[in-house]
Write a protein that binds this ligand. Structure first.
Ligand code: WTA
Length: 638
């Protein structure tokens, strides 16, 4: 059984790409067949109607993803490290969890879930720090066919409650607290707040991590150590249909509440594993480290499912890049002799500003491949990464993809496809990318710019939005009929290389986190003095983008600084600290179109520092609002 990539040269890539175009079904079925274990093979490879967002892969196949990520490795690499766990505090003992140990822990956790009444198809919410139990819990859900919904541990009580309720989760697993650098997040206390409004939750399992004092609710809350104590490490994998949901993961959209993207079992598995082995060119024995949090899709696909299905050694880091100092990443690379390192542009930009001694004092010679994901990487950051971390000899895979796509879509293949700084490069095999204009026509030819769409289904794509298929159709498959619309703009150069230019909708990516401007506006609107708020993104040198909030009040606040901090608190409480605006400007009026819509185009320009060139503002109901805002800005010395 091969788990490594069979693309070894540029012509292999071209052959694979062409084969995937000619016959997507035979392309994917041969990968599924050779790289994975199945309880029963499929009757049909793919069935789809994109106009209805109807997509099925590997129809009627039966499998369990944990057999692929764990059991099948036991005979060949039971003693090999599956997960290296590096704690927040470098003085604390790290763990090297072998595939056999992982199997035992996952099975015990799976039995614990069963003992709490969790069954196939039930939803389980995980609100946890980056500790091994998070990995065990994710895989334990998959083992018994429960659908996991991981909520990033930086989200607020309200965001957690909304996500629990949206999917009617039955069980919540959390921890007393989470370490993040010098700080402790009181996760159980936040969960308690959330659970005031979550009737579907029957039990809460709490892993002790920080020793923080917690309230345990009689009859509902149990300690992980008690709940797991008498569990055995034998738990047969549930037999899952290829299309049974594996997990739900929420992502912010242009409008409305976050969308619970639903991923399938078989298609997601094949895609996460294939893209992992191909893009990183993972070789037996390599130590691989993705710095993402498992609360995001990157952690799902490229800390857990992709690497584990390939039998890799995957490093999981609990802490932050700045603790105990800004050399921590390089310290970890040196300590474990990491070969493949995958991080976000925002981290690179922040680390590039530090004292270079923090880099040079570490041996980074083990590195072979560097990756980035989550937002466009600027040329300066790309060059810094390549020269200082890769020492000019490591390819940089700038991989473009999304929560919705399940895995990488457009990306260099390490050491194989040519690199162009700031370009994600060529579509991976199986990915039929195209550019569309605003009128709905495909832009053919090279040297073009447009909206990035995908013409043919791929196995890893999300199947629906939990509980709202119509929204799935409308958001992704209606703008351009029978195509998947990504929400991103892109340029394609003379050789067909793609460069992602950023979101074309009202999602702003701040430090690699997707934020819906509407959600932030709703949070600000909760303030009793606020009449209306308009939120836009603007370029920021470290975070990529930052949030600018234009706020109109019914009456002026008595103390502007107090008002600002109340607004920031509201955003923190309603969404989480990551969504806090960098700038809040009190304005006399917001520019509106005659139909009453806020003209964000102008606000984006103002936020980006533009002071005069606003284009045609004659369609505004209140063109004078633009000058008023500029005066408001001047008055606050912006
Ligand atoms: C952006 C993260 C430029 C893009 C895996 C996309 C990127 C959104 C890149 C998805 C990249 C991701 N270059 N932009 N290499 N990778 N993006 O759902 O706007 O958290 O639509 O998934 O991040 O973010 P998400």
């Amino acid at each position: 059984m091969s788990t490594s990539s069979n693309i070894k040269s540029f012509s292999d890539y071209q052959d694979a790409y062409n084969a995937s175009l000619r016959n997507p079904e035979s392309f994917w079925s041969s990968i599924a067949e050779s790289d994975y274990v199945w309880q029963k093979k499929w009757d049909q490879v793919c069935e789809f109607d994109l106009s209805k967002a109807h997509v099925r892969w590997f129809l009627n196949a039966k499998l369990n993803i944990t057999e692929n990520c764990i059991d099948r490795h036991l005979t060949t690499r039971g003693d090999q490290t599956a997960i290296i766990w590096e704690p927040n505090d470098p003085q604390e003992k790290a763990l090297e969890i072998s595939y056999s140990q992982l199997s035992q822990e996952v099975n015990r956790t799976a039995n614990m879930l069963k003992s709490l009444g969790v069954k196939k198809g039930d939803r389980v919410c995980l609100y946890m720090p980056m500790i091994p139990e998070l990995a065990y819990a994710v895989l334990a859900c998959a083992r018994i066919g429960a659908i996991h919904s991981v909520v990033f541990a930086g989200f607020s009580a309200k965001s957690l409650a909304d996500r629990i309720n949206d999917a009617s989760c039955k069980l919540l697993i959390t921890a007393d607290g989470g370490f993040r650098g010098a700080k402790i997040t009181a996760l159980k206390a936040i969960a308690d707040d959330a659970l005031e409004n979550c009737p579907s939750i029957e039990s809460v399992v709490v892993k002790r991590r920080t020793g923080t004092d917690v309230r345990m609710k009689e009859g509902r809350d149990l300690w992980w150590s008690d709940a797991i104590e008498s569990m055995t490490d034998i738990c047969p994998p549930e037999s899952m249909d290829a299309e049974d949901p594996l997990f739900i993961l929420y992502t912010s959209g242009s409008t409305g509440k976050p969308k619970g993207m639903v991923h399938s079992t078989a298609g997601y598995m094949v895609y996460a594993g294939y893209t992992f082995s191909t893009v990183f060119q993972y070789e037996e024995g390599d130590v691989y480290w993705c710095t993402a949090d498992i609360g995001w899709i990157t952690g799902h696909s490229y800390i857990l499912y992709g690497p584990l299905s390939a039998g890799a050694t995957s490093l999981m880091f609990e802490g932050v890049p700045s603790y105990p100092d800004l050399g921590r990443f390089w310290d970890i690379v040196d300590k474990y002799k990491v070969n493949i390192f995958y991080t976000a542009p925002t981290a690179i930009r922040a680390l590039a500003q530090c004292d270079m001694e923090l880099v040079h004092s570490h041996d980074l010679s083990s590195l072979k491949t560097l990756g980035t994901v989550g937002e466009p990487i600027n040329e300066e950051a790309w060059n810094w990464y390549s020269e200082n971390i890769g020492k000019g000899r490591c390819p940089i895979v700038d991989s473009w993809w999304q929560t919705e796509t399940g895995g990488m879509m457009i990306s260099p293949i390490s050491g194989i496809t040519p690199l162009k700084p700031t370009y994600a490069g060529l579509p991976l095999p199986g990915v039929q990318a195209c550019l569309m204009d605003n009128e709905g026509n495909e832009i053919n030819g090279m040297g073009a710019e447009g909206r990035l769409c995908i013409k043919h289904p791929w196995p890893g794509m999300a199947r629906t939005i939990y509980g709202d298929h119509q929204r799935y159709v409308e958001t992704y498959f209606s703008e351009y009929p029978s195509m998947y619309f990504t929400g991103d703009g892109s340029r394609r150069d003379a050789e067909g290389y793609y460069r992602i230019t950023g979101r074309v909708d009202d999602v702003v990516i701040v430090s690699g986190h997707n934020l819906g401007t509407a959600e932030i506006e709703n949070a600000i609107d909760e303030h009793p003095l606020v009449a209306e708020a308009a939120v836009v993104g603007y370029p920021h040198s470290i975070k990529g983008n930052a949030i600018f909030a234009f706020v109109q009040c019914d009456e002026p606040p008595d103390n502007i600084e107090d008002f600002r901090s109340e607004v920031l608190n509201l955003v923190s409480q309603q969404i989480g600290p990551i969504a806090k605006p960098e700038q809040i400007l009190l304005v006399g009026a917001l520019p509106k179109t005659r139909s009453g819509k806020i003209m964000r185009r102008i606000l984006r320009k103002i936020a980006a520092g533009e002071r005069s060139e606003f284009g045609d503002i004659s369609t505004l109901l209140n063109p004078e609002a633009v000058n008023t805002i500029l005066e408001d800005l001047q008055a606050t010395n912006h």
